[in-house]
Design a protein around this ligand. Structure first.
Ligand SMILES: [Zn+2]
Length: 307
């Protein structure tokens, strides 16, 4: 484990569910540029906690794609699939303080409980958990572990934070998300817990990632506060949209990156980030060397960390 302390540590954290697409290259480039522009460290972390969704060979492909674009990490990558003991320790801390509790609800149970309260179950396809098992399992089999998201005296928990590009943000975590899963019924670790534990252990000070992940931030801030961990600054980059205006994803057929001309791919990513189109581009190295000061001149200001 690195004990090196720097003023800035950033990371790019792809899921190996397929090769990078143009949207993920934007996020990778932005996080790399931001780290370099702040004379910081840049790490790569493979977010493979959701093992059934991972594709064999995707990690190697992603690392090769990053290398082709000259985006080289300052340390060997971490694999979340090897970090279960650390996530268990964090869950144990929350269990010991009764901030996490076992849940025996199926998806159907949750939808029925929400409907019984006259609430619409869907939120981005996820169900807002109504807190059924807070009072105990009442005969249900324990499955997932959830974290409480209520405020003092059972009031709603509002999380406010400052994003470097999006500005002031706020979410009523209790109403928008509800008590969320830390460990799934199938034993897999939830992304939110893994990210928070790893960001803290890797000393990440700045999270630069796609705006599609912005709405995860309040859940992560909540866990950071409960676990006594620092909250990194965030910068959520613009998304590359598919021709139909939808978010680009592997599901809607995002085409794999064409890296036969890596400088061209970098220039296209840079355009999304608002960098000048005319940086010297004879080689990848030359283009990157010019892009760092360009980013430094134009990047959204760093804001104080959310306490
Ligand atoms: Zn439950």
């Amino acid at each position: 484990m690195s004990t090196e302390t720097r003023l800035y540590t950033g990371r790019f954290a792809p899921s190996p569910t397929g090769p990078l697409h143009s949207g993920s290259l934007v996020a990778a480039l932005a996080s790399w540029l931001d780290a370099r522009a702040h004379d910081g460290r840049w790490l790569v972390r493979i977010e493979d906690v959701d093992t059934p969704r991972c594709i064999a060979g995707a990690t190697e492909t992603i690392l090769q794609q990053l290398a082709t674009c000259g985006l080289l990490a300052d340390a060997a990558p971490w694999w979340q699939s090897q970090r279960g003991a650390a996530y268990q320790k964090a869950l144990g801390q929350l269990q010991a303080r009764a901030l996490a509790y076992p849940c025996g609800c199926s998806r159907k149970d949750i939808a029925a409980a929400l409907l019984a309260r006259g609430l619409t179950p869907e939120r981005h396809g996820e169900l807002v958990y109504p807190g059924t098992c807070r009072q105990g399992l009442q005969g249900r089999e324990p499955g997932a572990w959830r974290v409480r998201t209520d405020g003092l005296g059972g009031s709603d928990l509002h999380i406010a934070w400052q994003d470097r590009r999006l500005g002031p943000q706020t979410q009523n975590l209790s109403q928008a998300v509800g008590d969320f899963v830390l460990r799934r019924a199938d034993g897999l670790w939830a992304y939110q817990l893994a990210v928070v534990v790893d960001d803290a252990e890797q000393g990440v000070t700045d999270v630069v990632r796609g705006a599609d992940l912005a709405d995860n931030t309040p859940r992560q801030i909540h866990l950071q506060r409960l676990l006594g961990l620092p909250t990194p600054r965030t910068l959520h980059t613009p998304l590359v949209l598919a021709a139909d205006g939808q978010k680009l994803s592997k599901q809607n057929g995002a085409i794999a990156l064409d890296l036969s001309l890596p400088v061209r791919a970098l220039q296209q990513a840079a355009q999304v980030l608002g960098l000048p189109p005319d940086l010297p581009s004879a080689t990848v190295a030359e283009w990157l060397a010019a892009a760092v000061p360009a980013w430094r001149a134009s990047c959204p200001a760093r804001c104080p960390a959310v306490a």
